[in-house]
Each structure stands twice: as structure tokens, then as C-alpha cells.
Design a binder for this molecule. Structure first.
Ligand code: ATP
Ligand code: MG
Length: 416
């Protein structure tokens, strides 16, 4: 038997209602913030991610699904959503619209990682991007969206960690300091970080190796070396968060896994799902649009892992209501009645009622058992007598109450 590739999951009806519940809520709340949905391709030119996400990141250097297509092009399955959305923003001239441009997406992403709880090779992200605003209120707007979503889902036990990682101007000064501090310990760093030390030293903060984490623990932090402009921006972001009564924790160690961030970076971390606790990560990326070929244009966004979000909800006992799928089951006794049942079901469905009938030539008893199994709210039994007299009995399966009516009037008897 062929099984699904490692690191992928099937979302079967047993769980899909949870996904639909969460996705519907995400769409509704996000629309209320005036974000519009964008759908971009699952695959892009590899170069987009190399330039957009950054060569020295784990994502690009180790985790991408890249292949050569039949015309010798290097193609990559998107490992994240931002780069593709920036490309589309530019390619479709959205910068000419009234700004800010507020976009959101719910997409599958692909990363070649070691599969474990909350870490898959195909996983789903909900993300937003806001273009065109350098103002701190934009940072607070997207952060408050995450906050509202978590509140509406009933997720509590989650901390907002936030940091300021400056801009290329202040970072180049800081990088010198960091290299100086780590150079003496260079041999102890993991091979990847040894390579990063001169190319992109700040990235070492994001290394998963415990040895690297220990070595960098007491190193100077970008937060303490930012320029006045970056400091001013960040202070105002915090003021907006205070004004909106959003609690945060300043964590000078956060740099996030993608290279494009400037100034504000943040994470929402849960304590209830162990090591893979980061449910959502995001930040400002004021240079990304330009780096991908556009005119300078500010950006800020986040991405939330939906599998992780569902894990947190499950582990903290949040129950998701399962949608009822059958208003009425029309049981039939004999072949003649079954033709009529098909017509009744078709009419009920046309009227917007969730109706079902038997498709396995079951006995009447077995049909009623099945109606029970699919949690039909009402049942009707149709035999030759009922058809002849145009009189059927509609049974409420919960209360046991029975009411007689004509076939045409069935729909009016249902309280749904
Ligand atoms: P991590 O440090 O956990 O590897 P990351 O920094 O790679 O996360 P981002 O690239 O910022 O994560 O992605 C945003 C969110 O997407 C993460 O916070 C997480 O919820 C989710 N995510 C990332 N990688 C995976 C994965 N392999 N499987 C499931 N969810 C993931
Ligand atoms: Mg990662």
C-alpha cells in the first residue's frame, strides 16, 4: 500500500470541521480589519526565496523543496507566504492603489524539516501583509489582529514576545560588535553558525543548537544598539499596544527565522505544546519590497501555523463545535418508494434543507439505524401507503414527537 509522504498529514472529516471553524473565524475577523484575501502560486522561481527570505536562513539553506522543471528552471515550493505576496504586489502594481494595502492568505507551505509534533513538511499558514505604512500604528494594527483572533478562539495561555532588531544602518555597526564578541569562540559554534558569523551574525540567535544558544547568551543584543529612529519607532509601537491594552514581554533574543525583518519582530508563544511553542511569528520588513525590485515601500506582517494553533486549542481543552450535517433522513420501504424518496430529498435540498436518503439498499431497520448514526434531526418513513394517501409522519429524533403531514409540507414541519 502507498502511504502519504513523511511529514504530511491527511485532514479527514474526523478533523476537518475544526479547520473549517478556525478558517471561517480567521476570514471573518481579518475582513473586519479591512484585509483582502490574496492567492498566489504554490511554486515560485527559487531565486525569489533566495533573495527574499535570505541565503543564510535555515529555511533557504536547508529546508526548501527545490527541483528543476522540464525546461531547466529552478522551481521551489513556497516555504512561506511573504515573498510570493511581495512579488505579486509588485507584479500587479498594487503599490499604485490607495495605501496601505492589506492582504491575507491561508496557504499550504513546504519545508524539508525533521517531522515531529507541530513540525511538518507540508503545513498550513494563515498570514497577513500590510504594505505602504512606515507608521508604528501599522505594527500595532497587525499585532492586535493576532490578539483578537486568539481571544475569539478562547486561547489564553499565550505570551506576546517583542523585540527591536533595528535597520541595516544600525545593524552594520552592531554586527561588528557581535562578530568581535563571538570570534574568540568561533570554533565552538555549529558549522552553519561558523559560516554565518561573518555573513549574518545576528542569525546565530535563531540557531536551534543548544551550544550556540549558550555561546550567544551573553553577547550584545541588537535592541541595545539601535539608532534613534529605530528606537523612536519601537517606543511608539509599545505605546500603541499600551493604548490598546495588549500585554507584551520584551525579549531581546528574538530575531525570527527569516532575514527580511527590520525594527519590530514579534512572536506569540504558547507553553502548552512543548518545544514547538511558537504559534505565530512576524515583524516589519521595510526593505523587502525594494530588494525584490520595487520602489522603497514599507511592509509588516505575520504568519501563524494553523496546525500549531489547533494543537494549542486541543491541549488547553478548547472544544470546537461539530456542524450538524443532516436535517432529515427520508427512509423508503421498497423500490417504488425509493424513487419517490429521491425526489423528496431533491426538493428538500433545493429548499436549502440538509436531506439524505439510503444508498445501500438497506432494510428499513438498517436505514433508521444509519439515520441515527449520522445524527439526523428528523426522519420520515415512506412506503406505498404513504405515497398513495399523501400522508407521512415526520419524527423528531430528539424528542420522539411525531407529526402527520402531506409530502409537499414536510419542509414546513422542520424546526432547523
Ligand atoms: P520555528 O522556529 O518553529 O522553526 P520559524 O521561525 O521557522 O519557526 P516562521 O518561518 O516564522 O517560523 O513561520 C511562522 C509560523 O509557521 C511558525 O510560528 C509556526 O507556527 C509555523 N511553522 C513554521 N514551520 C513549521 C513546520 N515545519 N510545521 C508546522 N508549522 C510550522
Ligand atoms: Mg523553522
Amino acid at each position: 500500500m502507498i502511504t502519504a509522504p513523511k511529514g504530511t498529514i491527511d485532514i479527514t472529516p474526523k478533523d476537518v470541521y475544526k479547520w473549517q471553524y478556525v478558517e471561517n473565524l480567521l476570514r471573518k475577523i481579518t475582513a473586519g480589519f479591512n484585509f483582502k484575501e490574496i492567492r498566489t502560486p504554490v511554486f515560485e522561481h527559487t531565486e525569489l526565496f533566495q533573495r527574499g527570505v535570505g541565503d543564510t536562513t535555515d529555511v533557504v539553506s536547508k529546508e526548501m523543496y527545490t527541483f528543476i522543471d522540464k525546461a531547466d528552471r529552478s522551481i521551489t515550493l513556497r516555504p512561506e507566504g511573504t515573498a510570493g505576496v511581495v512579488r505579486s504586489f509588485l507584479q500587479n502594481g498594487m503599490f499604485a492603489d490607495a495605501q496601505p494595502t492589506k492582504l491575507y492568505y491561508i496557504i499550504p507551505c513546504y519545508r524539508y524539516e525533521k517531522p515531529q509534533a507541530g513540525r511538518l513538511r507540508e503545513f498550513r499558514q494563515f498570514g497577513v501583509e500590510m504594505f505602504g505604512s512606515y507608521e508604528p500604528s501599522a505594527d500595532a494594527d497587525v499585532i492586535s489582529l493576532v490578539k483578537l483572533i486568539l481571544n475569539k478562539l478562547g486561547v489564553k495561555d499565550i505570551t506576546l514576545n517583542i523585540n527591536n532588531i533595528g535597520c541595516p544602518k544600525c545593524r552594520s555597526e552592531y554586527n561588528k560588535k557581535l562578530i568581535e564578541c563571538l570570534e574568540a569562540k568561533k570554533d565552538k559554534l555549529c558549522p552553519t553558525c561558523q559560516e554565518r558569523l561573518y555573513k549574518n551574525p545576528m542569525r546565530i540567535f535563531d540557531c536551534k543548537s543548544e551550544i550556540c544558544q549558550e555561546l550567544i547568551k551573553d553577547a550584545p543584543k541588537m535592541f541595545d544598539s539601535v539608532c534613534d529612529d529605530c528606537k523612536d519607532h519601537f517606543d511608539k509601537v509599545l505605546k500603541y499596544l499600551d493604548a490598546m491594552e495588549i500585554a507584551y514581554n520584551i525579549d531581546k533574543g528574538i530575531v525570527r527565522g527569516l532575514d527580511y525583518y527590520t525594527k519590530t519582530v514579534f512572536e506569540f508563544v504558547s507553553n502548552s505544546i512543548g518545544a514547538q511553542g511558537t504559534v505565530c511569528g512576524g515583524g516589519r520588513y521595510d526593505n523587502l519590497v525594494e530588494e525584490l525590485g520595487g520602489k522603497p515601500c514599507a511592509g509588516i506582517g505575520f504568519a501563524m501555523g494553523i496546525e500549531r494553533l489547533l494543537l494549542v486549542m486541543e491541549n488547553t481543552g478548547i472544544e470546537i463545535p461539530e456542524e450538524e450535517t443532516c436535517d432529515i433522513f427520508v427512509a423508503a420501504l421498497g423500490e417504488n418508494a425509493d424513487f419517490k424518496a429521491a425526489k423528496i430529498v431533491a426538493d428538500l435540498r433545493t429548499a436549502g434543507i440538509k436531506a439524505e436518503k439510503d444508498h445501500l439498499a438497506r432494510s428499513l431497520k438498517a436505514q433508521m439505524k444509519f439515520a441515527d448514526k449520522i445524527k439526523a434531526k428528523y426522519t420520515v418513513v415512506l412506503g406505498d401507503n404513504e405515497i398513495e394517501n399523501n400522508k407521512v409522519t415526520v419524527k423528531n429524533m430528539k424528542t420522539g414527537e411525531q407529526q402527520e403531514t402531506s409530502i409537499e409540507n414536510i419542509a414546513n414541519m422542520l424546526e432547523i
